[in-house]
Write a protein that binds this ligand. Sequence first.
Ligand code: SF4
Length: 441
Amino acid sequence: MPKEVTDVICPFCGTLCDDLIITVSDDNKTILGVKNACAIGAEKFNHQRLPGRVKRPRMRQADGTYKEITYDEAIDWTAKMLVKSRKTLMYGWASTSCQAMSIGHEIAEKVGGIVDNCATVCHGSSLIAIEDVGVPSCTLGEIKNRADCVIFWGCNPAHAHPRHMSRYSIFPRGFFTVKGHKGRKIYAVDCRYTDTAKCADEFIQVQQGFDYELLNAFRTAVRGDALPDTVGGVPKEKIYEIAEAFKTARFGIIFFGMGLTHTMGRNHNIDIAINLTRDMNEYTKFAIMAMRGHWNVTGSGQVLGWQYGFPYAVDLSRRDQARHQTGETTSVDLLNRSEVEACFYIATDPGAHFPVDAMISSSRKPTVTIDPHINCTTEISDIHIPVAMVGVETGGCAYRMDNVPIETRKVVEPPEGMLTDEELLTKINKRVDELMAKGGA
Ligand code: SF4
């Protein structure tokens, strides 16, 4: 008899929905159905039974084809690569558990690697701004229960975090928000009319690249100071009107995405958005939150921050100290300068996200990719090691976008003989120890 597993956490996006119901076969090996998830979340669970799923490590041959090898062979090759290389880029981590990350960091300390996560190409600039000026934030639960003024700035949760709006930010009824959507005023600020903008009460179209100026104008308007006729394509009357609406809200929240972090101004855009939030707290309660993408990219920042004091791009190549400098220890810059000797990718797909030049540079180095499935990066790697899907075939801790830690659940058994990230990294760590005790690879 198939059975239902309830209260399952979705390991896809930073919303980490925790109300999924998964139907599994009676032998606990196959997912038969997914309830409550959005389309992209459901698809992740459905990939568990993907036809042709790779179940054993593969090594690339001279003619470009791949040959199946054993886990022991893959572990030995990976450990030798890590020990031989003076500087290995160890990138990814955003789709695995915090427990696996800590083992990976231990390896990086031993071999002098550089540990970086997906923030390097998404919310790294937010983290720089937060280091500079702090962040008045809150939890998603507080937003559901209290927020009556919700601003989406440069983000499109309708596509990237599909249930965010129904669980937390627009539609749900909360303790002090009993009218749900009707009791909230929703603003969308973007340079284009997105599907999220369609759900908003007010769409503010900012001229591309003028987010900083518009945020500054809101700060000016909140103080009641003079503005030019238009700022970033928005008439001053509109800016004054919205600033007044922000001031009279009971609880406001600014959600921001890569439309702010990766447009002109970058970390300064976030810096000034945080300062606008601070200003608003002179009048009412306001908070700000980054719309983190990968489901545990926040966790990677938490673990790295706790261990080394920097949330991404941590250079451990000097062994006795951790260094971080955006532009210097960040993955794309390292690859563009061909400054690393090997690449170790886990739980993400830089081949799908990094600039072409960086990936061409990467493809010329010894590369290992650890991922449950074939992706763009596995196909330019010397070795692809498949692992169990975290949050589906094994559990582990993850941090939601509001920095709340949540324990993900194992729903089904992984394919027979397949290792989890934690098991694989533990074995690589042990083999690294053996090789180093012998004096090298
Ligand atoms: S919104 Fe995100 S966490 Fe929730 S079900 Fe969809 S993909 Fe999963």
